[in-house]
Write a protein of this length. Structure first.
Length: 214
């Protein structure tokens, strides 16, 4: 029996963002989901299908996006040698040429512009430079999604470390006076967590993909 649902192709389907998008779309059931990864043979996720896509090899993207109504696009600054502006531009162009109707681009604020050049945060600013390319590409619909910090990071490369007093927690380097310093400890610490400075909570809505009319 053929599946008449529209197709959404998800870049980075084995990563934190892309993997979460695949799971969310599958739970909703409105779309067929194509997982895009550099190693399709190793994919074991819940997508309906899997295809090769390597942002560092733009020639792989035409087939990856072919037949898709929507594309979720994210780049990985932390991959050695990544040029997010070049990769994002090539992916946007390939998606437009493939006839994609709705592009969801995972971006971040332009810290350099916001701070008047005072701060340089490349993994934010590089993504933001792709925003106008997405806007001007001419997709019938496009969405910017700006995710917050992943809690999963605190169980991985940012997990609590052993502190000098033997407890486990994080040492945060930031300008602060002694009266406003922050000490954060993990739940396994014998001492309770305490903080005398407030930090803002950032949040952003997730992408919404709608089926084409008719």
């Amino acid at each position: 029996m053929s599946d008449s649902r529209s197709l959404v192709a998800v870049v980075g389907a084995t990563g934190s963002q892309g993997g979460g998008v695949v799971r969310a779309l599958q739970e909703r059931g409105t779309f067929r989901v194509r997982a895009l990864t550099r190693d399709p043979d190793a994919y074991s996720g819940p997508a309906d299908e899997v295809a090769l896509a390597d942002l560092a090899r733009p020639e792989t993207l035409a087939d990856a996006f072919g037949g898709a109504h929507g594309v979720f696009l994210v780049t990985n600054f932390w991959e050695p040698g990544t040029d997010e502006l070049a990769q994002g531009s090539a992916a946007v162009r390939a998606a437009r040429e493939a006839g994609v109707q709705h592009l969801v681009w995972s971006t971040l604020p332009d810290v350099e512009t916001i701070s008047g050049g005072k701060y340089e945060v490349q993994h934010f600013t590089q993504k933001s430079r792709v925003d106008p390319i997405v806007r001007d590409a001419g997709f019938p619909s496009h969405t910017y999604v700006m995710p917050p910090f992943y809690f999963e990071n605190l169980a991985g490369n940012m997990a609590p470390q052993t502190l000098p007093d033997g407890s486990r927690g994080w040492a945060l380097a930031m300008p602060a006076t002694p009266a406003s310093s922050t000490r954060v400890r993990s739940p396994t610490s014998a001492a309770s967590s305490r903080a005398r400075s407030r930090t803002p909570t950032w949040s952003a809505p997730g992408p919404t993909l709608r089926p084409p009319p008719g």
